[in-house]
Design a protein around this ligand. Structure first.
Ligand code: PHE
Length: 451
């Protein structure tokens, strides 16, 4: 008998913890600003509602029905519904994808962790050159980076090794409320001290001329990654969901909170950036150089900077749990490996795999595996893994979930998970979306991003 979350709220904490991460805080705000502001937000919200939420519902429902890791779950469900046993392949894809994501995710999360002591030691009190040199120094040093990546992995492993209740639940119970408080505090500070109207304009003024097929693809792809859908993480968390909890509401809340946090992250960072006449750069540059610069020019910047990097670290940590758990549960189910041993074994493997991403910033900076293809001419291994995950593995996994839940699993079984007792029109709407709209949209993304 599988263990269960103590309550629906614990599942929600863990699922929101998984969803809210680096994607919300350092990627979303920039992507919005650079791609049409409000127009992009509209598309993003639409894809959350029409594609991501139906998929989340499906993934959690499959997980709860199967009650195990993604490979065992798909094996059982395929057998129960008379589908081809080949559907098990989704389980393999899911475990592979979560481990690949974790391998590079924890490298960046390691930077966030490294910046907590850097802030404590007064990085924001030093000058521009020093802040830039600190970032360059960290990224160019493979030893320092491997260490921080290692420390981050060890913390993740320790939590996962402690199990569902003593590990994940205990951690998210503290980290999630803390995360929301810090975020609110940061938005308040930005509203008070920063240029809020410039940030609002950057984030929300709709510019439909910037919309293109590519931008739509990017919006949908970012929504997937940000909501942690399509990689079996939510399927694994769903396996622990008590039968009495309504999947509709937890899935919808997860997606909505994920979106709100992403918007708040934009409102916490850009007012500060604009108030200091800095340019709204994206990704690593924004978080590790521009923001510390902005903090250094502001009153209270020391505390705000410290809180910001604590927030970034906590958000990525709760995402990492959901990336390690599927493989650990699989080892436990399939080979009866003890949880602690499984966590350390998989965690170590991920750390070693992550070294490829670590080196992409320094000693392998000039290794371009696909230099023959113009699009990837200057892509490092880290860049390639990112593209592989967001453009190929994630949409493929999501497509498989949609087709399996929409066309293979019997409606009776789905009803048992989703509408115990009564038939609702919500179920009918969901079924239409998951059968038609979601697969068509996914197929378009898939083909579109390959071209
Ligand atoms: N959703 C996480 C983020 O926004 C990343 C993630 C993707 C976590 C897939 C688990 C599964 O950073």
């Amino acid at each position: 008998m599988q263990r269960k979350w103590s309550s629906g709220r614990m599942f929600l904490f863990a699922a929101v913890g998984s969803a809210v991460g680096l994607a919300n805080i350092w990627r979303f705000p920039y992507v919005v600003g650079a791609n049409g502001g409000g127009a992009f937000v509209l598309i993003y919200v639409a894809s959350m509602l029409l594609i991501v939420i139906p998929l989340l519902i499906a993934e959690v429902a499959l997980g709860r029905r199967g009650g195990a890791d993604p490979i065992s779950t798909m094996t059982t469900l395929a057998r129960e519904s008379g589908a081809s046993p080949r559907w098990r392949a989704f389980g393999w894809l899911a475990i592979l994808t979560t481990l690949i994501i974790l391998s590079f995710y924890s490298v960046i999360a390691g930077w966030a962790l490294a910046y907590v002591p850097k802030m404590l030691m007064g990085l924001t009190q030093s000058g521009v050159e020093h802040i830039q040199a600190e970032y360059a120094g960290l990224t160019s040093d493979p030893i320092q980076m491997s260490l921080w990546h290692g420390v981050f992995m060890v913390i993740t492993i320790i939590v996962i090794a402690r199990g569902l209740h003593r590990g994940i639940e205990s951690a998210v119970k503290v980290l999630m409320p803390a995360l929301f408080l810090i975020l609110l505090g940061l938005v308040g500070y930005a509203g008070f001290k920063g240029d809020f109207s410039a940030a609002l304009a950057f984030l929300f003024r709709p510019d439909f001329s910037k919309l293109s097929f590519e931008v739509v693809l990017m919006a949908v792809g970012s929504a997937f990654f940000s909501a942690s859908v399509g990689v079996g993480a939510m399927m694994t968390y769903g396996a622990y969901l008590p039968q009495s909890v309504s999947i509709w509401s937890v899935a919808a809340w997860t997606a909505v909170i994920d979106l709100v946090v992403a918007l708040c992250a934009g409102l916490a960072t850009f007012p500060i950036v604009f108030a200091n006449d800095l340019s709204p750069d994206g990704g690593p540059g924004l978080v590790f150089v521009t923001l510390p610069l902005a903090f250094s020019q502001m009153q209270g910047g020391f505390v705000v900077g410290l809180l910001f990097f604590t927030l970034l670290f906590a958000a990525s940590l709760t995402s990492a749990f959901s990336l390690l758990e599927p493989a650990v549960l699989w080892l436990r189910t399939k080979f009866q490996v003890r949880r602690a041993r499984a966590s350390w074994a998989v965690g170590l493997l991920v750390w070693v795999a992550g070294l490829a991403s670590v080196f992409s910033f320094n000693i392998w900076k000039d290794v371009h595996l696909f230099s023959g293809i113009s699009r990837f001419q200057s892509s490092t291994i880290f860049d390639l893994l990112d593209v592989l995950v967001t453009n190929v593995l994630l949409p493929l996994g999501a497509l498989m979930i949609a087709v399996f839940a929409g066309w293979q699993l019997s409606t009776g079984m789905l009803r048992q998970e989703l509408v115990p007792g009564k038939a609702t029109s919500l179920f009918a709407v969901w079924q239409i979306l998951i059968r038609y709209l979601v697969p068509i949209a996914l197929a378009a993304i898939f083909v579109g991003s390959l071209l």
